[in-house]
Design a protein around this ligand. Structure first.
Ligand SMILES: [Zn+2]
Length: 118
C-alpha cells in the first residue's frame, strides 16, 4: 500500500511535468500558427499542408495533455479531501494495482468497465 504523501508528491510531479509539456506545446502551436498564417497568401506554398498536419498533431497532443492536467488536479483534490483511492461511483476502494498503473483513476475497475460500455 502506497503512502498518501508519496501519492501526493507523485501527482504534483506529474502535474508540473504535464504543465511544462502543455506550455511547450502552446508555444509550438503559436509558432506553427504564425507560419501557417504567413503562408495563406501563397497558395502554391509546398509547406502549407505539412504545417497544418503538424499543427493538428500537436493540437491533439495538447488536448490529451490538458485532459491529463485536469485529471491530475482532480486526483490531488481527492487526496486533499480524503476521497482519493475510493471509487467515485460505488464508493468502494480502488484496487492499489489499478492506482499504481493509473494514479488519476476515479473509478474502480468494475465501474470503469461499466462506464466504458455505456
Ligand atoms: Zn466502483
Amino acid at each position: 500500500m502506497t503512502d498518501l504523501e508519496d501519492v501526493e508528491r507523485m501527482l504534483r510531479e506529474r502535474l508540473a511535468q504535464a504543465k511544462a509539456r502543455e506550455s511547450g506545446l502552446a508555444d509550438a502551436l503559436a509558432e506553427l500558427g504564425a507560419i501557417r498564417d504567413a503562408n495563406t497568401d501563397d497558395e502554391h506554398d509546398p509547406d502549407g499542408a505539412p504545417v497544418s498536419g503538424e499543427w493538428s498533431r500537436l493540437a491533439g497532443i495538447r488536448y490529451d495533455t490538458q485532459a491529463d492536467i485536469a485529471a491530475t488536479e482532480a486526483a490531488l483534490a481527492r487526496v486533499a479531501d480524503g476521497s482519493y483511492g475510493m471509487c467515485a461511483s460505488c464508493g468502494r476502494p480502488i484496487a492499489p494495482a489499478r492506482l499504481e498503473a493509473r494514479p488519476t483513476a476515479e473509478l474502480c475497475i468494475a465501474c470503469a468497465e461499466r462506464a466504458s460500455r455505456r
